[in-house]
Design a protein around this ligand. Structure first.
Ligand SMILES: Nc1ncnc2c1ncn2[C@@H]1O[C@H](COP(=O)(O)OP(=O)(O)O)[C@@H](O)[C@H]1O
Ligand SMILES: [Mg+2]
Length: 349
């Protein structure tokens, strides 16, 4: 299962998008990711959670080389040697594309409606030259991948519109799996599905992870999804990671005030972990001009003078559990007491 072999290292990663301002004003940037540091271990499910707009998808795409980072680097060790992905151009990246796959939230818009399921799955297989189109070996291989993903052989000649949302997501998984990946970014890949279908797809993903030796970066705004499938979790706020730890550490001993608020607001997190609702001030500020000091201070029930002026340091509160807060050492219990005495609004998730 889990190992402590690092598959990917993300070091000081930044991704800024230019925003169009007026002709005479200084160029402005939307800071989608800022100073991101993380390690993803081989064989683990590492999850990113946080409100919409916190920078999760941007981070997933920048790690995969789909966006060029503004600064920082990503190191990949899937082939034995260390490769700095962020230094590769498109041509150098091509042979690694099969290792690094992504599955999106909306399977319909990412499937070509004019292609059959068989053609969709074989496309990448042919591109990466595992088998040639039209050969019995290709057909047999595509059918075996479909079988692994719970798709019937009759689906081979059908089109995406003939399937339900859950089945279409199986097709997307099969397409990704067919090129023999090592690392898959699952970006809100069950968020559009009904709860019962959601759990079927999550079960399929965890089954495939074991059988095919995969590592996932699982992105979701929904904490209840992440709770059961993650080995480790990173909580994002306004482009920064504010807390990282094992799923148990983050849910049972949350230390960042934002994590506490997220957990308390999640509809299907266990009652014993939720405690009293924690209310946050206002809404998420603009990533173009984020607050100075700790970016969370404008919404935080703990905010003091220091938070307004100085960015919070990263503190290791227990082994492998990192929190970026001036009050990282205060326990979840102490923080809940403070939150209870401050009356503000509900967080918008
Ligand atoms: N291609 C892009 N160009 C400009 N801004 C973008 C682009 N992609 C995302 N953003 C902005 O970056 C921020 C983070 O977005 P995103 O990574 O999609 O967050 P999340 O996945 O957590 O909802 C948002 O403010 C979003 O509007
Ligand atoms: Mg997203």
């Amino acid at each position: 299962m889990k190992s402590t072999e690092s598959l990917l290292s993300v070091i000081g990663l930044k991704k800024y998008f230019p925003v169009s301002g007026s002709l005479f004003s200084k160029r402005k940037y939307l800071r989608a990711n800022e100073n991101i540091n993380l390690e993803i271990q081989k064989g683990e499910t590492f999850s990113l959670v946080g409100e919409s707009g916190s920078g999760k998808s941007t981070l997933g795409r920048t790690i995969l080389g789909l966006y060029k980072p503004t600064a920082g680097k990503v190191i990949y060790r899937g082939g034995g040697e260390e490769i700095e992905l962020t230094r590769l151009n498109n041509k150098q990246m091509r042979p690694l594309r099969s290792d690094l796959q992504i599955i999106f939230q909306d399977p319909y818009s990412s499937l070509n409606p004019k292609m059959t399921i068989g053609q969709i799955i074989e496309e990448g297989v042919a591109t990466h030259k595992y088998y040639r189109r039209g050969t019995p070996q290709m057909r047999e291989y595509v059918l075996s991948v479909m079988d692994k993903c719970g798709l019937q052989p009759e689906s081979l000649h059908r089109y995406p519109h003939q399937f339900s949302g859950g089945q279409r997501q199986r097709v997307c998984i099969a397409r990704a799996l067919a090129v023999k990946p090592k690392f898959i970014v699952c970006d809100e890949c069950v968020s559009a599905l009904d709860a019962s279908i959601q759990s079927q797809i999550l079960n399929l993903l965890s089954e495939l992870k074991e059988k095919e030796d995969l590592t996932y970066l699982f992105i979701s705004h929904d904490l209840s999804v992440v709770r059961n499938i993650s080995d480790r979790i990173a909580v994002m706020y306004l482009g920064n990671i504010v807390e990282t730890g094992t799923a148990k550490q983050v849910f049972e001993n949350p230390r960042h005030p934002y994590t506490l608020a997220l957990i308390s607001a999640a509809p299907s997190v266990k009652k014993s972990e939720k405690n009293e609702p924690i209310l946050l001030n206002g809404s998420i500020p603009s990533p173009v001009s984020p607050p100075k000091g700790c970016k969370f201070h404008t919404r935080c029930f703990m905010a003091c003078e220091i938070c307004k002026r100085i960015p919070a340091p990263v503190v290791e509160v227990e082994q492998g559990h990192f929190v970026s807060c001036h009050f990282a050492q205060k326990s979840a219990k102490e923080k809940r007491v403070i939150a209870k005495n401050v009356s503000l609004q509900s967080p918008q998730i």
